[in-house]
Write a protein that binds this ligand. Structure first.
Ligand code: GRF
Length: 189
């Protein structure tokens, strides 16, 4: 069975959804590690409650990204991680992780890429009001939300759409889509 590590910086609702799909036996994988650059975030607290191993670090304690990424690589190797799943990890992945896990890092982004890359994609959609936005799962490269797309789904924008309604619908879709795409990616490894 494949081992996955999830990287998160915040709430961790996708982390919980992926873990639940493993418990429900919809996704055949071991969730062996949660990595976070925010030691106090909710995702870390949830992982502790669920007794899932964690590795967290404070980027400001390191001179260079390379240094904390080397520590991450060591932890991932100790756990024999096959696939890195970014779920709200608010940091660009650097050369150290990219070269060690080539084509083995995926990310979920709350827009129909290439539209609304980067921070607050939901807010960007609400300002520009396109006909639709969506959710995209893609491989990670050195750019910001630029890697090749694995799967994406559209969400029509409602006339009276608010941040609350859109966030809710985006998250609901993410929680269904991400476990399915992880399953597909693992089958192709
Ligand atoms: C998700 O909307 C994801 O698309 C984006 O960050 C958010 C993370 O949410 N990359 P959560 O921490 O999983 O609740």
């Amino acid at each position: 069975m494949n081992n996955i590590a999830i990287f998160a910086s915040g709430t961790g609702s996708n982390f919980v959804a992926i873990n639940q799909s493993i418990i429900n036996k919809e996704l055949n994988a071991n969730l062996v590690l949660l990595v976070s650059d925010k030691p106090e975030c909710k995702a870390i607290k949830t992982a502790n409650e669920l007794q899932i191993k964690t590795f967290s670090f404070e980027p400001k304690n390191y001179k260079k990204k390379k240094q904390f990424e080397q520590e991450i690589v060591q932890k991932l190797q100790e756990e024999n991680v096959d696939l890195i799943v970014l779920a709200g990890y608010m940091r660009l992945i650097g050369e150290t992780l990219l070269s060690e896990y080539k084509n083995r890092i995926i990310n979920i982004h709350p827009s129909y890429l290439p539209h609304f890359k980067g921070k607050d994609a939901i807010g960007q959609a609400l300002i520009h009001r396109p006909e639709y936005t969506g959710v995209t799962v893609h491989y990670v490269d050195e750019g910001m939300d630029t890697g090749s797309i694995i799967e994406q789904v559209k969400i029509d924008l409602l006339e009276n759409e608010t941040r609350e309604t859109l966030e809710q619908r985006v998250h609901k879709l993410e929680h269904m889509l991400y476990p399915k795409v992880i399953k597909k990616v693992l089958e192709e490894l």
